[in-house]
Design a protein around this ligand. Structure first.
Ligand code: BGC
Length: 735
């Protein structure tokens, strides 16, 4: 018999994990092999635990087989941090997407990986990378943006960081970018749109080595994602070579025991549910086979073996949770994620950064300036031990000024407060009541069919003992009630891309009272801002984490350059976007959303993808490209202003005939962040593997790089009129 520790020693000495895993699985009984294929907790006991506050209190365990030493895994969610314990709450992923800074994201992943292991988990469920097809998506904040290349690079960076300490799970595979209808909607998508728009980021992260993939709730092309062979086996394993394992999304993510297994879904999460009840019948009827069981068990054990060295490393102590170093990182990210959309002069000087020394009185307006507002209240909710609000951050940053607050509930009184101040900062936007994860009854009623019967008593007792043995976890902080009076089931998809009418009225009234009015919009994605011209300065702010108030203040007072860049398009009008019906039963996902849809339709954005102002003045002074083994783009960035700042160089490009093939004329091909000293010029080099130019050939189910002329725009955002245009010739492949 081969035990897991023996197999791990073999792998550490250079053995093949798959072969070593096969040895361990061969030593297991048929029952033990099947035991690996769902969560370790009985359904009823697990559900009762959730309902009585266990969610976000302890990880979800699965696939543990003590007799042969298989440690199994313990899952915990993200993405804005670790959801168990008083962990660091980072800005949401969309905010991090606005940094366009892969090194920073990797550092966040590293911090999260450490905290994850400190709370007893080892599988991080926070690499959420469904592209933002429409900004109304309730979980927009959990992903990085609308562009698959940008999303893939950011998700790969998070994965790299996390996987220094644990395993990462990328989710939700695939085409999961509507919330309210997620349990019922079927997404029809053709091969080209699927592979060029909705999957490239998943592939990027699989190539990065992600250990685990989570399937989605929705169905794609008529088959539930939890039993979708085309996705889970044909694409993920056979085409991409994914060698980790696949888990289902929670409770309603797996419909049929046999078909899910034969299609390639390895572990039903989080409890013993459909499979515990029905896999036996499915095996007896031939819907799935013993070979399918062995293959799935082998994939799980092989992955655990591959990660054995990090998983056996000593766990950091609880003192790593929200430690000063991680809080400092959260602040750094919060500052770097704020996107300055507008900064007009008042009396010949841009309103931002604030002239701190000259400020006597500052009016901070809006309820959201003074509450804990960290975003979604569902699976991504992080219980940070405390939160620095915008009001607190500004008071700390402006000790000599009188920083007063009005909650904005009475617009006239708020305007009167603003009128007396040197500057007014209005904080408006959303909370978890407006957008976030949604578990409604709508569309879920039929899911009761999936519910298993009563628990096995012995297992339920073992679970109770396990819960009792877990480390005590502190209660959520008291002030969480500020905006969490609404529970998990609210949020969902937004009904409008506009601010609430009372927030728009508040802006108008404060702007009329004080010409120096700055608006910070808190949201998980795009907000249509027809009122922007009424005020000199607008920032896209976010659910910015536990240090969000300090981070925003760092930018407002100019200690940190305004350096965020939009990870999505802000349209002038919602009609410029694809249609969005949050209750749809069926929807077609085509190739057109985001910046390339506006470009095709000749619609100018209010604020384009990749756009953001800086406090200094950047120019792209030159650009050139050449093709060798790779496509190499070189550019120079000059900082013509008087302060240090950072710019994101973006390369958009495509085959000169791309539009003629029904494709966008250009795609984002590369980006790089660069810091430039005042008066200096920095050279930037971006390498683009030739395969990145490939298009999907639906006949051959394969990728093809079209030879010919490629037109590249080296730009500061997607609609940059000052972009440098260069062309390169790509030759047909040799032979
Ligand atoms: C969400 C997943 C999450 C899981 C566990 C599901 O409802 O869709 O993203 O990881 O719950 O909390």
């Amino acid at each position: 018999m081969t035990s897991f520790p023996e197999a791990a020693a073999d792998v550490a000495a250079g053995g093949d994990p798959r072969a070593a895993a096969a040895g361990v699985v061969a030593a297991m009984t048929p029952e033990e092999r099947q035991w690996c294929l769902d969560g370790d907790v009985p359904f009823g006991a697990g559900l009762a635990d959730l309902a009585t506050g266990g969610y976000h209190k302890r990880p979800f365990p699965a696939a543990r087989v003590d007799r042969v030493g298989v440690p199994g895994f313990a899952f915990s969610d993200g993405p804005r941090g670790v959801v168990i314990g008083p962990a660091t709450c980072f800005p949401v992923s969309m905010a991090r997407g606005a940094t366009w800074d892969v090194d920073l994201e990797e550092r966040i992943g590293d911090a999260i990986g450490k905290e994850l292991r400190a709370v007893g988990a080892d599988l991080y469920g926070g690499v959420c990378v469904n592209v933002l097809r429409h900004p109304a998506w309730g979980r927009a904040q959990e992903t990085y943006g609308e562009d698959p290349f940008h999303v893939g690079e950011m998700g790969a960076a998070l994965t790299r960081g996390v996987q220094r300490h644990a395993m990462a799970c990328v989710k939700h595979f695939a085409c999961n970018s509507m919330e309210n209808a997620r349990f019922k909607v079927d997404v029809a998508v053709d091969e080209v749109a699927l592979h060029e728009v909705f999957l490239p980021h998943f592939r990027r992260i699989v190539d990065e080595g992600a250990a685990v993939v989570m399937s989605a709730y929705n169905s794609v092309n008529g088959e539930w994602c939890g039993q979708n062979r085309a996705l889970l086996t044909d694409v993920l394993r056979d085409e991409w070579g994914f060698d980790g394992f696949v888990i289902s999304d929670w409770i309603f993510g797996l419909r049929d025991a046999g078909p899910s297994l034969s299609a390639g879904l390895d572990v039903e999460m989080p409890y013993r549910m459909v499979r515990a009840q029905r896999l036996g019948e499915a095996l007896a009827s031939g819907e799935a086979t013993a070979d399918d069981v062995d293959a799935a068990a082998t994939r799980i054990v092989a992955t655990l073996l591959r990660f054995a060295d990090v998983l056996v490393a000593p766990r950091p102590g609880a003192d790593v949770l929200a430690c000063p170093e991680h809080r400092a990182l959260a602040r750094e990210v919060a500052a770097r994620s704020a996107v300055l959309l507008r900064n007009e002069p008042v009396d010949a000087r841009p309103v931002l950064p604030l002239d701190s020394a000259g400020l006597r009185k500052v009016a901070v307006v809006g309820r959201l300036a003074a509450v804990r507002n960290l975003g979604d209240g569902g699976s991504s909710d992080v219980w940070a031990p405390d939160v620095v609000t915008v009001l607190e951050g500004l008071r700390e940053a402006l000790p000599a000024a009188d920083v007063v607050h009005h909650d904005g509930s009475d617009v006239d009184a708020a305007a009167a407060t603003a009128a007396e101040a040197d500057v007014a900062i209005v904080v408006v936007g959303y909370t978890r009541a407006d957008e976030g994860e949604f578990i409604g009854t709508e569309g879920t009623a039929h899911l009761t069919d999936l519910m298993p019967g009563a628990d096995d008593e012995d297992l339920a007792e073992r679970f109770a003992a396990w819960v009792a043995a877990q480390q005590p976890d502190p209660e959520p902080p008291a002030d969480i009630a500020d905006v969490s009076e609404v529970g998990f089931a609210t949020g969902g998809d937004r009904t409008s891309l506009r601010l609430h009418p009372e927030h728009e009225a508040l802006i108008a009234s404060v702007a009329a009272a004080n010409p120096r009015t700055i608006v910070a919009v808190v949201a998980g994605s795009a907000v249509v801002m027809p009122w922007a011209g009424q005020v000199p300065a607008v920032l896209q702010s976010w659910y910015s984490g536990m240090e969000g108030g300090r981070g925003l203040a760092d930018v407002l007072v100019g200690d940190v350059d305004a350096s965020g860049r939009l990870p999505f398009t802000v349209p002038v009008d919602e009609a410029d976007l694809p249609a969005f019906d949050r209750d749809a039963d069926a929807v077609v996902y085509d190739r057109w959303h985001g910046w390339w849809k506006l470009e095709r339709d000749g619609r100018a954005a209010a604020y384009p993808f990749g756009f953001g102002l800086s406090y200094t003045a950047f120019q792209l002074t030159s650009a050139a490209a050449e093709v060798g083994d790779e496509l190499v783009v070189r550019a120079s960035v000059r900082n013509a202003g008087s302060r240090r700042g950072s710019e994101v160089v973006q390369v958009y490009g495509g085959h000169e005939n791309a539009a003629g093939t029904g494709r966008p004329a250009r795609r984002l091909l590369a980006f790089a962040r660069v810091e430039v000293e005042p008066g200096a010029e920095e050279a930037v080099e971006l390498s683009i593997p030739i395969e990145r130019l490939a298009v999907r050939d639906p006949e051959r189910h394969a990728w093809r790089v079209e030879p010919g002329t490629y037109v590249l725009d080296v730009a500061r955002h997607a609609a940059d009129a000052a972009a440098h245009r260069v062309t390169v010739e790509v030759k047909p492949p040799a032979g």
